[in-house]
Ligand binder design. Sequence first.
Ligand code: UD1
Length: 331
Amino acid sequence: MQPDTVLVTGGAGYIGSHVVAHLREAGERVVVLDNLSTGFPEAVLDAPLVVGDVGDAGLVRRILKDHDVGTVMHFAARTIVPESVSDPLRYYGNNTAASRTLLEECQHAGIRRLVFSSTAAVYGVPDGGRASEETPTSPINPYGSSKLMTEWMLRDLAASSPLQYVALRYFNVAGCDLRGRIGQCTPNATLLVKVAAEVAAGRRAQLMIYGTDYPTPDGTGVRDYIHVEDLAQAHADALAYLRAGGQSITLNCGYGHGYSVREVVDAMSRAHGRPIPVQEAPRRAGDPPVLVAECQRIRDVLGWSPRLDDLDVIARSSLAWELRDGVSHAA
Ligand code: UD1
């Protein structure tokens, strides 16, 4: 039987575009919906792209029908934590209200499978810096709240309709396509690995280390960095799980161990061949000292088996993307 088409919202963005490439290589039919507010049309490679909003009910309805969509992967969202603090309604509108519209159209169209991009930000600051799926959710910013509210909508919709979902709570996603076709193009990026790669590529003068007095082995913040290609595989595994009749579930996506800011700096320096310039700075508001996934469940339930759990691979692929020929929109 020919599998259904997968609608990927936000498929022109950093994570979505890697998932689109992965699905297409696996022979999936894909259609992308992206408003290009932060994505780039070239990031979808040769996948069909519809430019528009997830919150546009009529447009979503047409796509679901015209493309014979059976599964939705929902990435489209704003993701900048400080921006969510200064402009919360934008996050509740773009992330929560637009998701409600998407879900309503999915319900009307009888969509039975949905994979949702959630975030470790739903945990806030968990005790001991480790979070399992059973850790109480307690977001500390509107970004995390906007995503958690969508998880709740999914939970309640799945309880009252045939729709089943996998909510993937990403930890710190990093790295780029190992074939160098796509990468992270976010302007004014704040994510550590991206910023470190920009410094190594000579596009920024130095990297600020935000906080050197945390209660961690070297005093800097610790995170669970997961390679975007392993994350893309997790989405493919979630799709297979739902197609096989799997029940709705929420899963952490991380490797289960963390690296400090200094360890990331060292990895980028190795990739670069010489030390990247750094400057120590005060802590950044709202940063937990440690955030690492308990992540056995995704291996048990989806059979997910990461291949790129290696900080040097993450650093090298990020730097290769920054150094690629013909950099245009990425600066
Ligand atoms: C990211 C995600 C967040 C998610 C979290 C999970 C985004 C925008 N944020 O946030 O949604 O909940 O992962 O762990 O997607 N740092 C520096 N210098 C820099 C940049 C960062 O020292 O220039 C430090 C930070 O203080 C922190 C670590 O590096 O200790 C990681 O920061 P960052 O890459 O910004 O990710 P998170 O804040 O963890």
